[in-house]
Every structure is written in structure tokens, then in C-alpha cells.
Design a protein around this ligand. Structure first.
Ligand SMILES: Cc1ncc(COP(=O)(O)O)c(C=O)c1O
Length: 293
């Protein structure tokens, strides 16, 4: 582990205090104009004496703004201290747990797994459009029938078709014979670009997809595809149990991953994580967000 270092309670408090000291302080600094505010002390007990011993709560009541993606470009300097902590958390996950090379990924803490999954399909839809001039009707999502409903939601929002691959009743593995027929049929219907979602722990069965079941057929027909891993449910379990993890950045076919700390990492809701290889997130940067660095 390169980034994952165990800190004592005292070191955690110092780390957070140092980070917060580099942020704008809503209680003391001139902050009019920032789209954020000091939390209401009557509701959030911002002066409670126990906060000095509770580094996470201390950060919550400081209410730093982490809008945007802090692994690429320039971030808002008013929250530089805690943006640095966000990058440390992402380094642990991308490099130590999911096998990325140093500085070879982008990512951010998301609201949850649904957002991170939709971010992936939005990014790839735009990637295919920007890079190959694809039309939305030529792009298709692929995921097993056990996949989380966020894929159906994203397919609806982004108006992309979805190929639902059946799984076998007993072991929940995808049916490769049907999948082969489905991609041949999709090609006949004019689909040229494929966004594949592999599950690392389905919600209802905990099943983990074998990426080669998809990859071998996509490559047999030389299809243009990108592959995302939905590790929202299993991402804090499977990498620690499996002898080999084919669903990591060590696998060149995999370009992005969703993980959810509010599922198996005992974190509060609102702690999804989105990770992707460098060179992709630019496809989902909204130029109109001009007030954010
Ligand atoms: C496999 C999987 N993916 C995505 C999600 C969506 O996560 P969230 O509820 O954080 O949006 C869930 C939630 O249960 C899930 O189990």
C-alpha cells in the first residue's frame, strides 16, 4: 500500500485541522460571494466542545465546497486544504485498491453509486460522440439483468438503448450464447458503440461478473467499447477477498469504476466514488460552469 497509512487519532485531528486552516473559514473570513455558507450554529452546534476531538464532524460543520473534479485542472483555491484530503482518499482507492498507476486516473467523491454510474455512461456517450461523431442511436449500454436500476435510470435520462443480458438462474453468470446473439442483432440495428457495465457485487445476489465473458465476444467482432465496473456494493469487499481481481485498472479493458463508501465502508450517505482513467473525464466537463475554476 503506497497511500494507505494508518493515522493515530491525534494525527487524524492534526491532519484535518491543517487542511481546514488552508480553507476559507465561513465564521471568520470575508465569504460573501461564495455559493456556500456557515452552517446555522443553532442547528449544527458549530461551537460544540466535542468537535475538537471529532475530525470528521469538524469537517462537516466547516462545510467546505467540493464542487467539481479535483484531480484535473485548477480547483477553487478557497477549499484547497480539504480538496487535498479528497485527493488522498482517491489515491488510496484508485492506486492501492484498484491498481491504477500513480497520477493516471481522475475521479471525485460523488453523491452515491447512481450518480457515479450515470457519470460513466454520460462520459462515454460524449466520448463516442466527440471522438467518432457517434449519434446517440448508434450507442448502446450493455449490462446483465441483475444490474442495479441506476443503469435503467441512466439509459432513460441519456436516451440510450440498453441490452439486458440474461444470467443463469443458479450462478447468476451471464449467458454468453445469448449475449453473442444480442450483439450481432444490435449491429444489425445500427449500433456501433458499446458501453459495458460489469458488476462487482449485484445488489440482490452479490454476484461478480467475469469481464472476459463480455470482452472475448466484443473483441471477436472488433467492436468499439468502453467498460465500467459497478463496484458500488462489492468494492470494499471483493478486492480484499479475491486472489486475483480482474475488475481493476490492471485490466486494460476497464476504464472506470463506481464504489460506494456508504455501503460496505460504514460511511454516511452521500459518499459515492467515481474513478476513471486519465483522458476521459474531459468529455463530461460542462463549459458553462464558468464560475467554478
Ligand atoms: C450495485 C449497486 N450499484 C449502484 C447502487 C446505487 O447506489 P446509491 O444508492 O448510492 O445511488 C446500488 C445501491 O444499492 C447498488 O447496490
Amino acid at each position: 500500500m503506497l497511500h494507505w497509512k494508518k493515522l493515530t487519532k491525534k494525527e487524524q485531528i492534526e491532519r484535518v485541522q491543517t487542511a481546514l486552516s488552508k480553507n476559507v473559514n465561513f465564521a471568520k473570513d470575508a465569504t460573501l460571494g461564495y455559493p456556500a455558507s456557515k452552517l446555522d450554529g443553532k442547528v449544527f452546534y458549530t461551537d460544540a466542545p466535542f468537535l475538537k476531538d471529532a475530525p470528521v464532524l469538524m469537517t462537516f460543520v466547516a462545510n467546505p465546497n467540493h464542487i467539481g473534479c479535483h484531480t484535473v485542472g485548477v480547483s477553487e483555491s478557497a477549499f484547497a486544504g480539504t480538496h487535498e484530503i479528497e485527493r488522498e482518499a482517491l489515491d488510496i482507492l484508485a492506486v492501492d485498491v484498484f491498481g491504477s498507476e500513480e497520477n493516471e486516473y481522475d475521479g471525485y467523491i460523488a453523491t452515491g453509486g447512481t450518480e457515479a454510474n450515470i457519470q460513466a455512461m454520460w462520459m462515454y456517450r460524449n466520448y463516442f460522440m466527440n471522438t467518432f461523431g457517434a449519434k446517440a442511436s448508434e450507442i448502446v449500454l450493455i449490462a446483465s439483468e441483475d444490474t442495479h436500476y441506476s443503469i435503467a435510470k441512466g439509459s432513460n435520462l441519456l436516451m440510450l438503448d440498453w441490452i439486458k443480458v440474461p444470467v443463469s438462474f443458479d450462478d447468476r453468470k451471464i449467458n454468453v450464447v445469448t449475449f453473442e446473439n444480442q450483439i450481432l442483432e444490435a449491429q444489425k440495428q445500427g449500433k456501433k458503440y458499446f458501453i459495458v457495465f460489469c458488476n462487482m457485487g449485484t445488489t440482490m445476489f452479490g454476484s461478480v461478473d467475469h469481464p472476459d465473458d463480455y470482452i472475448s465476444l466484443l473483441e471477436k467482432y472488433s467492436l468499439n467499447y468502453k467498460m465500467h465496473v459497478d463496484a458500488a456494493y462489492g468494492g470494499f469487499v471483493y478486492p480484499f477477498l479475491a486472489k486475483e481481481n480482474p475488475l481493476s485498472f490492471k485490466n486494460p479493458s476497464i476504464s472506470s469504476i463506481t464504489i460506494d463508501a456508504h455501503k460496505m465502508l460504514q460511511a454516511p450517505y452521500g459518499t459515492g466514488i467515481f474513478l476513471c482513467r486519465k483522458g476521459l473525464i474531459e468529455n463530461a466537463l460542462t463549459k458553462e460552469a464558468a464560475y467554478v475554476e
